[in-house]
Structure formats: structure tokens, C-alpha cells
Design a protein around this ligand. Sequence first.
Ligand SMILES: [Zn+2]
Length: 329
Amino acid sequence: MGLSNGTVDTLLSDFLRKSGGVAVIDGGFATELERHGADLNDPLWSAKCLHTSANLVRKVHLDYLEAGADIIITASYQATIQGFEAKGFSKEESEAMLKKSVDIAREARDIYYEKSLESSRPILVAASVGSYGAYLADGSEYSGDYGNAMNLEFLKNFHRRRVQILAESGADLIAFETVPNKLEAQAFAELLEEGIKIPAWFSFNSKDGVNVVSGDSLTECAKIADSCKKVVAVGINCTPPRFISGLIQTIKKVTSKPILIYPNSGETYDAEIKQWVNNTGVADEDFVSYVNKWCEIGASLVGGCCRTTPNTIKAICRTLPARSASLSL
Ligand SMILES: [Zn+2]
């Protein structure tokens, strides 16, 4: 269960209807692997665990499902064929690793359904695609600056095979996450038109509450997402909660597609020291105090990104009227 029989056009709308209008996305994935002791100081970041700790990856997915998430995002954010090959894996092994990220999330969903007394809560598996900047692992997913020599064809060539494999892997949709600039949004939109059969969401990040991180206009980025028929939701992730309301207002001026929101805890990532600077974050209760406001003004998918945990997701579920009614807390 979990999968609707719908087409690209109706998958998300059917799902949202069954979820009572608002669906819950999981929380920080890499964060949770680290909390369980994984060392992610590696160019593959969380994708390293696909190779070293598949059981932990499955457990973290399961923990998010048990916390109430309706959508789990695979560990493929920083999983690229190029990145695995740089580690000495063959092309076939690298491609298998992408597929494995989806297999593990689907296994977690199966286990959850077997264990759970809840009969038929629909659950979607979203295959994560991080940006080229995430592959570079130099913090440029937060600057969106790929240099003047960058061009559309390069980005399409970089992502093409990975997107094809994830689209054929059994995932319900593709989550293009933390998209830092307009060029990469355009590259993803054009790749989706190359015969990709599952829908996708586009999620941008911002560090000023106005533009995406590169300084490109969020309005223009959201318009690219809006005009791609394969894109079924548009939104923001890995961005401080205090910026979210304004960003929702900007997005909804240019699209009527569902809006998704999964902010980080508000802390800042310092790419030099590869650590989150934890003096600016908000506690779970404060994060959650925003959630109903975001839904009131237009968000219909809400979760958490870096530095949020299953507790954040539990708190989000408790605060959503439709969801808390069905929880026996
Ligand atoms: Zn994040």
C-alpha cells in the first residue's frame, strides 16, 4: 500500500487528500545518522552509509515513519555515480548503490506496515537528488556559485544517468533538494522532460529570506518548477524557519502547485570547519510554533531538514489538527 495507482498528475493530489490535506515529510537524515554515531566527514556524506551501514539507514527511515512521517527521503542526496567512482567503485557498483538507496527506504516502509497497527496510512518514498554543489562537498550548495564557466549542458550531463536510475528504481517521486540556483533548476526541469516517468518536487534553499542562496530570484526559480509538468510540488528546504513565511508568499504568487516546506533548525553550516554553528537554532517547540502558520498561508507538505530529528517530526504531527486527531497521544 502507500502507492496510489494515479498518474504523474494525480499521485500527489491523491496522496494529499488521503493525508487530510497536509502531509508530513521526514526530518534531517544525515543529522540522524550522525546522532547514531555515523562519521559523515566524507565527500559522499550520508550516502557513505549506503555502503557501510545499510542497517542504520533503514533504521533511520523507520524511526521517521514511527515519528509520523508520510514521506521518507532516500539517502541518495550526495550519492552520485561520479562520487562513488572517485571512491573506487565501478560504474555498475555505483549505479547499484543509487538503486539500493531506494530499496532500503522501501524495505523500511514494508517493515513499518507489517509492524504498525495503523492500517493504511499512505507513505511515499522520495528519491533524493542533491545539487552539483552537494557533490562538490565544498559548501557550494549553500552559495550556489559554480563559477562563470558553468553551463546548462554540463549540469544536465552531470545528473542525467543518476536521475534516470532513481526514476526507474521503484521510488514514488524524485525530490530535487536544496537547489541553489536557477541554472540547476532549469537543468532538472529539462532532464525530467527526457522521458522520466515519475513526478518530482523542486525544493530550493535561501539564506536571506528573499532569494535562493545564489542570489537568483526565487520567483524565477519557482516559475521554472511551475512550468514543468512533471513537477508536482515546489518549496523550500534547509533554510532557517524564520524566513519560511515570506518565502511561501513569494512562491504562491507564481504557482498553484502544492508548496512543501522542510526547514533546518535555524543553525548555520560553516563549510570551512564542516560543522553546524549552533548558536542560532530554534528548539523543537519553537520550530513547531511556526507550522500551523505555514499551513495557513499555503504549505501542504511540512517536515524538517538538517539538525531536525524524529522528535521534531513528532512535534509537527502533534500540532497539525488533522493529524493530532488521529494520534492517540
Ligand atoms: Zn538540510
